[in-house]
Each structure stands twice: as structure tokens, then as C-alpha cells.
Design a protein around this ligand. Structure first.
Ligand code: ADP
Length: 307
């Protein structure tokens, strides 16, 4: 059946040689539309941030990031674990409409893991872009979380990307890849527990503009915990008060105080029916230390808070 058979004949355009497609079927139209505009393959589709990640600003960090991003400055986010760095980058990627490729760095990670490698498949040896190359080639924010954990050879590929050249050397491919205009490199590191050997070298550090993060101030942190864990603000405030005590023990029995992430865990357990004491034992005690003296201090603090 003709696609436009419901249209009165008088209103149909005449089937002249100039309008040869007038009486095509819907199926034929769909097929030719597909030929004319084949589905564009989006290599970054998986890394587009569709929904707004909740982020509660604690200062002017959103503006700072926006201005730095406009210049595509490489950014170094420093701060303790679980204080909101990753969430902030996710939020900014969404706000700016730029895809985000996050890589959690670890001590086994090499430059090849970031850049890519030749792999053998049915067609022979084929090059596969690593996450950094994907971001450089197609234009995404590449976030290297805990960058100092990665092996030293990764700095060799990062350096030419973080100066005026904006180049990624793909040595194994014999290619110098110029960065896409939308590419931005963001790295994070926790200055707290790096050994001197793993600290960022000045020659690397000075290639980045820096943003220092810390746990939000108590009122803001309670808001975040209440929102993320789905608990009442008053409960969240109690957890934040305990966190304050643990953070005061940093360097006095604890390597790190309780992170915002741990408070959200504690709140989530409470919301799901576990009593406050048990929720805190599993998060604000057991996740922080095995030291019996410190555990006793934390236990007393939890008892005093929840009565
Ligand atoms: P980091 O990357 O610093 O280790 P994350 O970004 O993973 O820490 O933060 C841990 C969790 O804390 C996040 O998943 C988020 O739920 C919460 N969080 C911390 N700070 C904020 C904030 N300012 N706004 C919203 N959520 C936050």
C-alpha cells in the first residue's frame, strides 16, 4: 500500500520526474533515509553523563572549574579520600556536556594501559585505543583518579599532553595524536598517604592548575549525607559530629579520619533498619582501624552521640 494513500488525490503533488519519491512506501522511505544519514557511531556514547549527578558546592569550585575548563587547563584535584572529588568531576562533566572517562589508577597500571595496545584478533593485529587515547582522539574529560599510584612511565605520556603541544605520543603506533579541542586532563591525588617515592614530582605538578578539596564544612556535609543516605538531617548531623572526632585523631592513632563516603555508608545502613550503634561499628570503627585503644575512643564517642 502506498504510504500516502490517505491523502486526497487532489492534494498529492504530481508525480513528475522532479518529484520521483512522492509515492514511496514508508518502508522504502525509511531505508533511503537510513542510506542518506547512516546512524552516526558515537565512540564516546558510553561516557556521556545523561542525568545530573548530585553535587553540593562547598565554595566557588564550580566557577573555578568552568574558567579553567574554558582554557582546557589540566587540573590537579587534591584532597583526602571520599571527600567528593570524583562526584565533583562527574557533576562538571554533566554541566559542561562533555563525556567523562574515569580511570582508577593502581600500581600495576602502565602507560600502555592508558594509551592502548596492539591486540591479535581474527583480522590480525589490530590497535585498540586505551581510555586516555579515546578521550584525546574524540574529545572527553579524562579523569585519572589517584594518578600517583600508576607506574612512572605514565608521566611520559602525560607530559606532552599538559603543555602547549597537547600531543599524545603513540610510540607503538608511530603516531603523534593531536588532542581534540574538547579534551581535558584532570587528575586527583591524596597528599595524605603518599610515600615520598610516590609523591608528584614538581615537573609534573607544575603542569596542572590545582584545586584543593577537603571534607565539606559540617552543615554542608550533613546536607550531603542526608541527601545521599536518605536519612533525616538531624541523624546526618550526629554522624558528621562523630566524623569530626575521628578527623581530630588523624596523626594520633588514625592515618585518616572518617570520609564523607563512610558517613553515607553509615547513614545508608541506618536507613535500612540497622541500629545506629551497629551501623557506626561497621563503618566509623571497623573501616578505620584495628587499634584497640583508638576503637575504645571511637566506641565511647558513638555511645555519647546516640545515648
Ligand atoms: P573522592 O573522589 O574524593 O574519593 P567521592 O567523590 O567518591 O570522593 O565522594 C564520596 C561520596 O561522597 C560521593 O559518592 C558522594 O555521595 C559524596 N559527596 C562528597 N562530597 C559531596 C558534595 N559536595 N556533594 C555531593 N556529594 C558529595
Amino acid at each position: 500500500m502506498a504510504a500516502n494513500s490517505a491523502v486526497p488525490a487532489a492534494t498529492r503533488p504530481p508525480a513528475t520526474p522532479e518529484t520521483p519519491e512522492t509515492h514511496v512506501t514508508l518502508e522504502a522511505f525509511a531505508a533511503s533515509a537510513a542510506r542518506a544519514a547512516p546512524a552516526v557511531h558515537d565512540p564516546l556514547a558510553a561516557w556521556r553523563v545523561a542525568a545530573e549527578p548530585y553535587y553540593r558546592p562547598v565554595g566557588d569550585e564550580v566557577q573555578r572549574y568552568q574558567v579553567a575548563h574554558a582554557r582546557r587547563l589540566p587540573l590537579l584535584l587534591s584532597g583526602p579520600t571520599g571527600c567528593g572529588k570524583t562526584r565533583f568531576v562527574e557533576h562538571m562533566a554533566w554541566r559542561l556536556g562533555v563525556p567523562l572517562i574515569t580511570v582508577a589508577c593502581n600500581e600495576d597500571m602502565t602507560a600502555s594501559d592508558l594509551v592502548g595496545r596492539h591486540l591479535l584478533d581474527a583480522d590480525g593485529t589490530v590497535w585498540h585505543d586505551g581510555p586516555l587515547t579515546l578521550a584525546v582522539r574524540h574529545g572527553a574529560i579524562c579523569y585519572l583518579d589517584e594518578v600517583v599510584e600508576a607506574r612512572q612511565d605514565t608521566t611520559v605520556v602525560i607530559h606532552p599532553l599538559t603543555d602547549g603541544r597537547r600531543l599524545l605520543p603513540l610510540d607503538k603506533k608511530g603516531e603523534q595524536l593531536a588532542a581534540h579541542p574538547d579534551f581535558q586532563l584532570v587528575v586527583s591525588y591524596n597528599p595524605g598517604y603518599q610515600s615520598a617515592a610516590k609523591d608528584l614530582k614538581p615537573s609534573t605538578r607544575q603542569r596542572f592548575a590545582a584545586m584543593a578539596f577537603d571534607y565539606p564544612a559540617p552543615a554542608a556535609e550533613a546536607e550531603v549525607v542526608a541527601h545521599e543516605a536518605g536519612i533525616a538531617l538531624a541523624r546526618a548531623e550526629q554522624l558528621v559530629a562523630i566524623a569530626g572526632r575521628t578527623r581530630a585523631l588523624r596523626g594520633h592513632g588514625l592515618e585518616e579520619g572518617a570520609s564523607t563516603r563512610l558517613l553515607i555508608y553509615a547513614g545508608g545502613l541506618m536507613r535500612d533498619g540497622l541500629d545506629p550503634r551497629a551501623s557506626c561499628e561497621m563503618t566509623l570503627m571497623g573501616s578505620l582501624t584495628d587499634d584497640p585503644d583508638v576503637l575504645r575512643v571511637l566506641s565511647d564517642c558513638i555511645d555519647a552521640t546516640f545515648g
